[in-house]
Design a protein around this ligand. Sequence first.
Ligand code: FAD
Length: 341
Amino acid sequence: CLAPKVAVVGAGVIGLSTALCIVETCPSCSVTVLSDQFSPNTTSDVAAGMLIPHTYPGTPIHVQKQWFKETFTYLFAISNSAEASEAGIHLVSGWQVFKSTPKEELPFWSDAVLGFRPMSEAELQKFPQYRFGQAFTTLKCDSPLYLLWLEKRLKATGVQMYKRKVSDLWELHSDYDIIVNCAGIGAQQLVGDEKLFPVRGQVLKVYAPWVKNFIRDGDGLTYIYPGINRVTLGGTREKESWSLSPDPGTTKDIFDRCCSLEPSLREAQDIKVKVGLRPSRQCVRLQREVLSQGGVKLLVVHNYGHGAGGFSVHRGTAKEAARLVGECIAALQGPSSGAKL
Ligand code: FAD
Protein backbone atom coordinates (compact mmCIF):
# COMPACT_ATOMS: atom_id res chain seq x y z
CA CYS A 1 0.00 0.00 0.00
CA LEU A 2 2.35 2.73 -1.23
CA ALA A 3 -0.14 5.55 -1.61
CA PRO A 4 -2.87 4.94 0.95
CA LYS A 5 -6.24 6.38 -0.09
CA VAL A 6 -7.78 8.46 2.66
CA ALA A 7 -11.34 9.87 2.61
CA VAL A 8 -12.14 12.71 4.98
CA VAL A 9 -15.89 13.09 5.52
CA GLY A 10 -16.84 16.70 6.31
CA ALA A 11 -15.71 20.11 5.11
CA GLY A 12 -16.11 22.28 8.19
CA VAL A 13 -13.06 23.62 10.02
CA ILE A 14 -12.36 20.14 11.44
CA GLY A 15 -12.53 18.19 8.18
CA LEU A 16 -10.52 20.73 6.17
CA SER A 17 -7.81 21.19 8.80
CA THR A 18 -7.58 17.44 9.34
CA ALA A 19 -7.20 16.83 5.59
CA LEU A 20 -4.42 19.44 5.53
CA CYS A 21 -2.57 17.86 8.46
CA ILE A 22 -2.80 14.44 6.81
CA VAL A 23 -1.31 15.80 3.59
CA GLU A 24 1.45 17.54 5.57
CA THR A 25 2.37 14.50 7.66
CA CYS A 26 1.86 11.88 4.95
CA PRO A 27 2.67 13.41 1.55
CA SER A 28 2.36 10.01 -0.13
CA CYS A 29 -1.31 9.68 0.87
CA SER A 30 -4.00 10.41 -1.65
CA VAL A 31 -6.57 12.47 0.26
CA THR A 32 -10.17 13.15 -0.80
CA VAL A 33 -12.68 15.33 1.05
CA LEU A 34 -16.30 14.19 0.74
CA SER A 35 -18.96 16.45 2.16
CA ASP A 36 -22.65 17.06 2.09
CA GLN A 37 -22.05 20.83 2.44
CA PHE A 38 -19.10 23.14 1.90
CA SER A 39 -18.51 26.74 2.95
CA PRO A 40 -20.57 28.92 3.33
CA ASN A 41 -23.12 26.30 4.42
CA THR A 42 -21.47 24.60 7.40
CA THR A 43 -21.72 25.20 11.16
CA SER A 44 -18.15 26.46 10.96
CA ASP A 45 -19.38 29.31 8.74
CA VAL A 46 -21.72 30.52 11.49
CA ALA A 47 -19.07 30.59 14.22
CA ALA A 48 -17.29 33.72 15.30
CA GLY A 49 -14.08 31.68 15.28
CA MET A 50 -12.62 33.24 18.43
CA LEU A 51 -9.77 31.41 20.12
CA ILE A 52 -11.22 31.21 23.60
CA PRO A 53 -11.38 27.59 24.74
CA HIS A 54 -14.54 25.92 25.79
CA THR A 55 -13.93 23.26 28.47
CA TYR A 56 -14.66 19.62 27.58
CA PRO A 57 -15.51 17.89 30.87
CA GLY A 58 -14.47 14.47 29.54
CA THR A 59 -10.98 15.43 28.31
CA PRO A 60 -7.96 15.97 30.61
CA ILE A 61 -7.17 19.68 30.94
CA HIS A 62 -3.53 19.25 29.91
CA VAL A 63 -4.69 17.68 26.64
CA GLN A 64 -7.12 20.53 25.96
CA LYS A 65 -4.41 23.02 26.76
CA GLN A 66 -2.04 21.31 24.36
CA TRP A 67 -4.66 21.39 21.56
CA PHE A 68 -5.28 25.07 22.22
CA LYS A 69 -1.58 25.96 22.31
CA GLU A 70 -0.89 24.14 19.05
CA THR A 71 -3.80 25.93 17.41
CA PHE A 72 -2.72 29.30 18.78
CA THR A 73 0.89 28.87 17.70
CA TYR A 74 -0.14 27.78 14.20
CA LEU A 75 -2.55 30.69 13.69
CA PHE A 76 -0.23 33.23 15.34
CA ALA A 77 2.38 32.45 12.67
CA ILE A 78 -0.25 32.98 9.94
CA SER A 79 -1.36 36.24 11.56
CA ASN A 80 2.25 37.43 11.32
CA SER A 81 2.54 36.63 7.63
CA ALA A 82 1.41 38.18 4.37
CA GLU A 83 -1.25 35.43 4.18
CA ALA A 84 -3.10 36.84 7.20
CA SER A 85 -5.82 38.82 5.47
CA GLU A 86 -6.59 36.16 2.86
CA ALA A 87 -6.70 33.50 5.57
CA GLY A 88 -8.92 35.72 7.72
CA ILE A 89 -6.67 35.41 10.76
CA HIS A 90 -6.08 38.37 13.03
CA LEU A 91 -5.20 39.30 16.59
CA VAL A 92 -7.93 40.87 18.67
CA SER A 93 -7.74 42.37 22.13
CA GLY A 94 -10.56 42.83 24.55
CA TRP A 95 -12.26 42.11 27.80
CA GLN A 96 -14.05 39.27 29.51
CA VAL A 97 -16.25 40.77 32.24
CA PHE A 98 -17.96 39.20 35.25
CA LYS A 99 -20.82 40.37 37.48
CA SER A 100 -19.07 38.67 40.40
CA THR A 101 -15.52 37.36 40.75
CA PRO A 102 -15.34 33.88 39.16
CA LYS A 103 -14.20 30.81 41.13
CA GLU A 104 -11.28 30.40 38.78
CA GLU A 105 -9.58 33.75 38.43
CA LEU A 106 -6.99 32.21 36.15
CA PRO A 107 -8.49 29.96 33.46
CA PHE A 108 -6.29 27.08 32.27
CA TRP A 109 -5.59 28.86 29.01
CA SER A 110 -4.53 32.18 30.57
CA ASP A 111 -0.85 31.66 29.71
CA ALA A 112 -1.63 30.43 26.20
CA VAL A 113 -3.20 33.72 25.05
CA LEU A 114 -1.21 36.97 25.03
CA GLY A 115 -0.98 39.51 27.82
CA PHE A 116 -3.61 38.00 30.12
CA ARG A 117 -4.18 40.27 33.15
CA PRO A 118 -6.95 41.48 35.44
CA MET A 119 -8.73 44.58 34.10
CA SER A 120 -7.83 47.90 35.63
CA GLU A 121 -10.37 50.09 37.46
CA ALA A 122 -10.29 52.52 34.55
CA GLU A 123 -11.21 49.73 32.11
CA LEU A 124 -13.94 48.41 34.40
CA GLN A 125 -15.57 51.84 34.44
CA LYS A 126 -16.72 51.13 30.90
CA PHE A 127 -18.88 48.29 32.30
CA PRO A 128 -20.85 49.69 35.25
CA GLN A 129 -22.82 46.43 35.82
CA TYR A 130 -19.64 44.35 36.16
CA ARG A 131 -17.31 43.94 39.14
CA PHE A 132 -14.37 41.98 37.72
CA GLY A 133 -12.73 41.42 34.40
CA GLN A 134 -9.84 39.97 32.44
CA ALA A 135 -8.07 41.63 29.54
CA PHE A 136 -6.16 39.65 26.94
CA THR A 137 -5.26 39.40 23.28
CA THR A 138 -6.24 36.34 21.30
CA LEU A 139 -6.75 35.33 17.66
CA LYS A 140 -9.86 35.14 15.53
CA CYS A 141 -10.49 33.07 12.41
CA ASP A 142 -12.91 34.81 10.14
CA SER A 143 -15.15 32.31 8.46
CA PRO A 144 -15.80 31.80 5.62
CA LEU A 145 -12.39 33.34 4.75
CA TYR A 146 -10.44 30.79 6.77
CA LEU A 147 -12.40 27.84 5.36
CA LEU A 148 -11.85 29.08 1.79
CA TRP A 149 -8.14 29.48 2.51
CA LEU A 150 -7.96 25.90 3.81
CA GLU A 151 -9.81 24.67 0.70
CA LYS A 152 -7.37 26.54 -1.51
CA ARG A 153 -4.37 25.05 0.32
CA LEU A 154 -5.86 21.58 -0.08
CA LYS A 155 -6.55 22.00 -3.80
CA ALA A 156 -2.98 23.25 -4.29
CA THR A 157 -1.68 19.97 -2.86
CA GLY A 158 -3.90 17.92 -5.15
CA VAL A 159 -6.65 17.01 -2.68
CA GLN A 160 -9.93 16.26 -4.45
CA MET A 161 -13.17 17.59 -3.00
CA TYR A 162 -16.57 16.19 -3.84
CA LYS A 163 -20.05 17.13 -2.71
CA ARG A 164 -21.52 13.92 -1.46
CA LYS A 165 -23.68 12.79 1.42
CA VAL A 166 -22.34 9.63 3.03
CA SER A 167 -25.09 7.55 4.63
CA ASP A 168 -22.89 4.74 5.87
CA LEU A 169 -19.08 4.63 6.20
CA TRP A 170 -19.11 1.21 4.52
CA GLU A 171 -20.14 2.93 1.25
CA LEU A 172 -16.52 4.08 1.06
CA HIS A 173 -14.94 0.72 1.70
CA SER A 174 -14.16 -0.26 -1.87
CA ASP A 175 -12.64 3.10 -2.82
CA TYR A 176 -10.61 4.09 0.24
CA ASP A 177 -8.20 2.48 2.72
CA ILE A 178 -8.87 4.82 5.65
CA ILE A 179 -11.95 6.91 6.48
CA VAL A 180 -11.67 10.01 8.67
CA ASN A 181 -14.98 11.03 10.19
CA CYS A 182 -15.20 14.82 10.65
CA ALA A 183 -18.97 15.06 10.17
CA GLY A 184 -19.69 17.36 13.14
CA ILE A 185 -23.28 17.01 14.28
CA GLY A 186 -23.84 14.79 11.20
CA ALA A 187 -21.93 12.05 13.04
CA GLN A 188 -25.02 11.42 15.14
CA GLN A 189 -26.69 9.84 12.10
CA LEU A 190 -23.58 8.69 10.31
CA VAL A 191 -22.19 6.54 13.14
CA GLY A 192 -25.20 6.51 15.49
CA ASP A 193 -23.42 8.34 18.31
CA GLU A 194 -26.02 8.95 20.99
CA LYS A 195 -23.55 10.89 23.14
CA LEU A 196 -23.47 13.64 20.51
CA PHE A 197 -26.16 16.32 20.73
CA PRO A 198 -26.80 19.72 19.14
CA VAL A 199 -26.48 22.95 21.08
CA ARG A 200 -28.18 25.53 18.91
CA GLY A 201 -26.54 28.92 18.62
CA GLN A 202 -28.01 32.03 17.05
CA VAL A 203 -25.79 35.02 16.26
CA LEU A 204 -26.05 38.35 14.46
CA LYS A 205 -23.40 39.53 12.03
CA VAL A 206 -23.53 43.31 11.87
CA TYR A 207 -21.70 46.20 10.26
CA ALA A 208 -20.13 48.29 13.05
CA PRO A 209 -16.55 48.99 11.95
CA TRP A 210 -15.81 51.26 14.91
CA VAL A 211 -15.96 48.29 17.30
CA LYS A 212 -12.37 47.03 17.56
CA ASN A 213 -12.18 45.25 20.91
CA PHE A 214 -13.99 42.08 21.86
CA ILE A 215 -16.30 42.06 24.88
CA ARG A 216 -17.50 38.81 26.42
CA ASP A 217 -19.69 38.29 29.45
CA GLY A 218 -17.94 35.63 31.55
CA ASP A 219 -21.13 33.54 31.52
CA GLY A 220 -20.35 32.95 27.83
CA LEU A 221 -23.83 33.87 26.68
CA THR A 222 -23.38 37.46 25.54
CA TYR A 223 -20.45 38.43 23.35
CA ILE A 224 -19.26 40.97 20.81
CA TYR A 225 -16.49 39.69 18.53
CA PRO A 226 -15.18 42.09 15.88
CA GLY A 227 -13.93 40.44 12.70
CA ILE A 228 -12.39 41.72 9.48
CA ASN A 229 -15.63 42.90 7.89
CA ARG A 230 -18.36 42.30 10.44
CA VAL A 231 -18.94 42.09 14.17
CA THR A 232 -20.51 38.89 15.53
CA LEU A 233 -23.05 39.45 18.30
CA GLY A 234 -24.17 36.51 20.39
CA GLY A 235 -25.58 34.40 21.49
CA THR A 236 -27.64 31.45 22.63
CA ARG A 237 -26.97 27.90 23.83
CA GLU A 238 -30.04 25.72 23.32
CA LYS A 239 -29.41 22.07 24.08
CA GLU A 240 -31.08 19.48 21.86
CA SER A 241 -32.67 22.07 19.57
CA TRP A 242 -32.34 21.15 15.88
CA SER A 243 -34.02 24.26 14.48
CA LEU A 244 -31.95 26.12 11.90
CA SER A 245 -34.43 28.97 11.47
CA PRO A 246 -33.63 32.26 13.17
CA ASP A 247 -35.98 33.25 15.97
CA PRO A 248 -36.95 36.97 15.80
CA GLY A 249 -37.49 37.23 19.58
CA THR A 250 -33.99 35.85 20.13
CA THR A 251 -32.55 38.30 17.61
CA LYS A 252 -33.97 41.22 19.57
CA ASP A 253 -32.80 39.74 22.86
CA ILE A 254 -29.22 39.24 21.59
CA PHE A 255 -29.15 42.76 20.17
CA ASP A 256 -30.39 44.29 23.44
CA ARG A 257 -27.91 42.29 25.55
CA CYS A 258 -25.01 43.35 23.33
CA CYS A 259 -26.12 47.00 23.31
CA SER A 260 -26.14 47.02 27.08
CA LEU A 261 -22.45 45.96 26.96
CA GLU A 262 -21.55 48.29 24.08
CA PRO A 263 -24.22 51.01 23.64
CA SER A 264 -22.74 52.26 20.34
CA LEU A 265 -24.01 49.05 18.71
CA ARG A 266 -27.45 50.74 18.50
CA GLU A 267 -26.00 52.36 15.37
CA ALA A 268 -24.97 49.02 13.83
CA GLN A 269 -26.20 48.41 10.30
CA ASP A 270 -27.03 45.56 7.97
CA ILE A 271 -27.95 42.99 10.63
CA LYS A 272 -27.77 39.40 9.35
CA VAL A 273 -28.95 36.50 11.49
CA LYS A 274 -27.27 33.06 11.46
CA VAL A 275 -27.95 29.80 13.25
CA GLY A 276 -25.65 26.84 13.80
CA LEU A 277 -25.75 23.55 15.66
CA ARG A 278 -22.71 22.96 17.86
CA PRO A 279 -21.67 19.29 17.72
CA SER A 280 -21.55 18.78 21.49
CA ARG A 281 -20.29 15.89 23.54
CA GLN A 282 -18.59 15.34 26.91
CA CYS A 283 -15.33 15.05 25.02
CA VAL A 284 -14.13 15.29 21.45
CA ARG A 285 -14.18 11.84 19.87
CA LEU A 286 -10.64 11.49 18.64
CA GLN A 287 -9.84 7.82 18.18
CA ARG A 288 -9.14 4.96 15.83
CA GLU A 289 -11.74 2.32 15.27
CA VAL A 290 -11.63 -0.85 13.19
CA LEU A 291 -15.11 -1.65 11.91
CA SER A 292 -15.72 -5.17 10.86
CA GLN A 293 -18.46 -6.71 8.73
CA GLY A 294 -18.46 -10.34 7.70
CA GLY A 295 -14.71 -10.61 8.21
CA VAL A 296 -14.01 -7.44 6.22
CA LYS A 297 -12.29 -4.59 8.06
CA LEU A 298 -12.68 -0.84 7.65
CA LEU A 299 -10.14 1.51 9.24
CA VAL A 300 -11.73 4.65 10.67
CA VAL A 301 -10.37 7.68 12.54
CA HIS A 302 -12.98 9.81 14.30
CA ASN A 303 -12.52 13.53 14.88
CA TYR A 304 -15.81 15.15 15.85
CA GLY A 305 -17.76 16.54 18.79
CA HIS A 306 -15.94 19.87 19.21
CA GLY A 307 -19.04 21.61 20.61
CA ALA A 308 -18.64 25.31 21.32
CA GLY A 309 -14.88 25.37 20.79
CA GLY A 310 -13.95 23.81 17.46
CA PHE A 311 -11.98 26.76 16.14
CA SER A 312 -10.07 27.09 19.40
CA VAL A 313 -8.59 23.59 19.20
CA HIS A 314 -8.91 22.59 15.54
CA ARG A 315 -5.22 22.43 14.65
CA GLY A 316 -4.36 20.41 17.77
CA THR A 317 -7.07 17.85 17.14
CA ALA A 318 -6.25 17.74 13.41
CA LYS A 319 -2.62 16.91 14.23
CA GLU A 320 -3.70 14.13 16.55
CA ALA A 321 -6.11 12.76 13.93
CA ALA A 322 -3.30 12.82 11.35
CA ARG A 323 -1.11 10.89 13.80
CA LEU A 324 -3.86 8.28 14.14
CA VAL A 325 -4.09 8.06 10.35
CA GLY A 326 -0.33 7.40 10.42
CA GLU A 327 -0.96 4.50 12.81
CA CYS A 328 -3.59 3.10 10.44
CA ILE A 329 -1.11 3.32 7.56
CA ALA A 330 1.49 1.48 9.64
CA ALA A 331 -1.13 -1.21 10.30
CA LEU A 332 -1.91 -1.45 6.57
CA GLN A 333 1.77 -1.77 5.73
CA GLY A 334 2.69 -3.97 8.67
CA PRO A 335 4.09 -7.47 8.05
CA SER A 336 0.95 -9.25 9.26
CA SER A 337 -1.44 -6.72 7.78
CA GLY A 338 -3.18 -8.93 5.23
CA ALA A 339 -5.40 -7.17 2.75
CA LYS A 340 -7.20 -4.57 4.82
CA LEU A 341 -5.63 -4.32 8.25
P1 FAD B 1 -19.23 21.50 10.75
O1 FAD B 1 -18.72 22.86 10.46
O2 FAD B 1 -20.68 21.34 11.02
O3 FAD B 1 -18.79 20.54 9.58
C1 FAD B 1 -19.29 19.25 9.44
C2 FAD B 1 -19.19 18.88 7.99
O4 FAD B 1 -19.58 17.52 7.81
C3 FAD B 1 -20.08 19.69 7.07
O5 FAD B 1 -19.36 20.02 5.89
C4 FAD B 1 -21.23 18.75 6.76
O6 FAD B 1 -21.85 19.01 5.51
C5 FAD B 1 -20.48 17.43 6.73
N1 FAD B 1 -21.31 16.25 6.95
C6 FAD B 1 -22.07 15.95 8.03
N2 FAD B 1 -22.66 14.75 7.87
C7 FAD B 1 -22.27 14.29 6.66
C8 FAD B 1 -22.56 13.10 5.91
N3 FAD B 1 -23.35 12.15 6.39
N4 FAD B 1 -21.99 12.94 4.68
C9 FAD B 1 -21.16 13.91 4.16
N5 FAD B 1 -20.86 15.04 4.84
C10 FAD B 1 -21.41 15.23 6.06
N6 FAD B 1 -15.93 27.76 18.21
C11 FAD B 1 -14.83 28.48 18.58
O7 FAD B 1 -13.77 27.89 18.82
N7 FAD B 1 -14.91 29.83 18.69
C12 FAD B 1 -16.05 30.52 18.48
O8 FAD B 1 -16.07 31.76 18.59
C13 FAD B 1 -17.21 29.80 18.14
N8 FAD B 1 -18.41 30.43 17.94
C14 FAD B 1 -19.52 29.72 17.62
C15 FAD B 1 -20.73 30.39 17.46
C16 FAD B 1 -21.88 29.68 17.11
C17 FAD B 1 -23.18 30.40 16.98
C18 FAD B 1 -21.80 28.28 16.87
C19 FAD B 1 -23.00 27.52 16.44
C20 FAD B 1 -20.60 27.63 17.05
C21 FAD B 1 -19.45 28.32 17.44
N9 FAD B 1 -18.23 27.68 17.65
C22 FAD B 1 -17.11 28.39 18.00
C23 FAD B 1 -18.12 26.21 17.54
C24 FAD B 1 -17.65 25.78 16.16
O9 FAD B 1 -18.47 26.37 15.20
C25 FAD B 1 -17.71 24.27 16.04
O10 FAD B 1 -17.04 23.62 17.10
C26 FAD B 1 -17.04 23.84 14.71
O11 FAD B 1 -17.55 24.61 13.64
C27 FAD B 1 -17.25 22.37 14.45
O12 FAD B 1 -16.65 22.10 13.22
P2 FAD B 1 -16.93 20.76 12.40
O13 FAD B 1 -16.07 20.83 11.21
O14 FAD B 1 -16.84 19.61 13.34
O15 FAD B 1 -18.49 20.86 12.03
